[in-house]
Design a protein around this ligand. Structure first.
Ligand SMILES: [Zn+2]
Length: 198
């Protein structure tokens, strides 16, 4: 850890003086195995990263609530002027597993995870009913559907929709396979996740 800091020290100094200017925002899961900076081999200042449980984006909801994820999106798009916004899901996601098994009940008083994952409620209920799939197949299916769902929600933010139409912002989806270390990229036309060529 400290070695890494020593190596990057100059870079930190420059960033402190000049400010940050990343052109890409990544919305990823908190899972310690799916760290965007590691996956993209990015140094300080290169990626604006937001991580939350299961990399979800709520719809644009201008009410009195305290929307941490929406606040980060608002800043990245309107202050940093990022050009690319990536929603990156991953395999074996515990949050997605919880959404598929609501019978497991709350983890603790408050049930913040349950309420957060309710963002996926209707989609999760539908995928849960696909009993012709194995549990693992349902999990991967929901991990990917959830990314498309989050992208749809991003487009409910009026400025994101406008910037995208003006060609000033691109929204992308990706899914990281923890077991193989492969990054599958979503085809923006079909919504399919395409495995990288070896
Ligand atoms: Zn996860």
């Amino acid at each position: 850890m400290s070695e890494r800091y020593a190596r990057e020290k100059d870079r930190y100094r420059k960033l402190a003086e000049g400010g940050q200017n990343p052109s890409t925002m990544i919305i990823a899961c908190c899972d310690s195995r799916a760290a965007p900076e590691t996956i993209f081999n990015a140094g300080p200042g290169e990626l604006f990263v937001l991580r939350n449980v299961a990399n979800l984006v709520p719809p644009f909801q201008p009410d009195a609530g305290q929307h941490g994820t929406s606040a980060a999106i608002e800043f990245a798009v309107n202050s940093l002027g990022i050009k690319d916004l990536v929603v990156m899901g991953h395999g074996r996601c515990g949050g997605i597993r919880a959404a598929l098994d609501p019978s497991a009940g709350p983890l603790a008083q408050g049930d913040f995870i349950g309420k957060w994952m309710a963002l996926l409620g209707p989609v999760a209920a539908q995928v849960s009913s696909y009993t012709f799939l194995t549990a693992n197949e349902r999990q991967t299916t929901l991990e990917r559907l959830s990314i498309r769902n989050s992208i749809n929600n991003l487009r409910t933010f009026p400025y994101i929709q406008a910037l995208e139409q003006e060609g000033k912002l691109s929204v992308h989806g990706a899914w990281f396979d923890i077991a193989s270390g492969e990054l599958w990229v979503m085809d923006s036309d079909t919504g399919d996740f395409v495995r990288p060529e070896a």
